[in-house]
Design a protein around this ligand. Sequence first.
Ligand code: GLU
Length: 416
Amino acid sequence: MSVENPFENSRKQLAKCAAILELDDNVHEMLRHPMREMRVSIPVRMDDGTTRVFEGFRIQYNDARGPTKGGIRFHPEEDVDTVRALAAWMTWKCAVVDIPLGGGKGGVVCNPKELSETELERLSRQYIASISHIVGPRMDIPAPDVYTNPKMMGWMMDEYSKIKGMNQPGVVTGKPLTVGGSLGRGDATARGGIYTIREAAQKLGIDMGEAKIAIQGYGNAGYYAASLAKETFGSKIVAISDSKGGVMNLEDGIDPDLARQHKLETGSVANLPNTVPVSNEELLELDVEILIPAALENVITDKNAYNIKANIVAELANGPTTPSADDILYERGVHIIPDFLCNAGGVTVSYFEMVQNFYMYYWSEVRVHTRLDRKMTEAYNSVYEAADKYNTDMRTAAYVVAIERVVLAMKDRGWI
Ligand code: GLU
């Protein structure tokens, strides 16, 4: 997916944490490897009558703390090492917010933008069918991620339920509300991120009402981050972008809803009225208080880390900063809210969804928001305290908190 290998990067991050914790070499070695990997060929009948075979993966990284959990990405440049890294990050993510789940991830190599709705439905159903014997409500629970959505989760849940001969809503999360979804799941990733940004701004003495924000990526996470920051704090969204281009308005800011409408109508935020163009690269270097990478991996590297002007980098994307860029940003005093902390709101509400599915009793939106806020605030503060205690950067501190929890569970299971 990118020049840097995300899995190697995730291992470098782990090694840094292992050194600080003086982790036993054997334990470190166990944490460097995914527990189980499955690769499948997925034949799909296309609308024109031909059959195409897609490649798919499901990787279960570590289930010491509970069933593995993590999204499914449909992306043309998906590769196994990216899925491995994402599965590892899911493990640390669930641990850092202290929910009783391990980490996993799935991917299908495809371009969903070139598939019709019926082709997408057949692909979604075939994919879950081909991994059906390794997923389940107490085994491994997929969810939406890049280019997958609630509708597809509904199809997957339906297909799995048919295979099992009974209703199994808890097999995937991020479902539509009508079939066992949770209120508050739609904006959960962004909302969780906004809670951590609020905490960070408070620590750094930044007034959110005065803050300028630039957001790279205008999918589910990027849009809701813009809208919640503006609504909740009155922050000014000065620049946004997507894979086709970006726009900015430094003076008056951008209306998140108008931008979303424009993207729905034209396929991109590019050419939004009352803005000027900005490239994805330029956006990252704008003079703002808060920068939110909310797209893909490896966008902040040692090439541009010296030019980042934001005080806070809130990583709603998974893996946006490379290890060498991390060192530069830390030296320069930029406060990073690391990905698996910042974007843990999605999986936290997924966990709430699982709880509701098990109980067959559904919560109000207010209850979801209150509990999400509590989880995210506690997680942010434990990472902040670990950074202070070990005199290290926020990412390594997040690893310290997460790895300590995973290792304790491994000990208590007698694995080590
Ligand atoms: N795909 C999201 C993530 O990377 C959510 C995963 C989930 O809800 O299981 O955190």
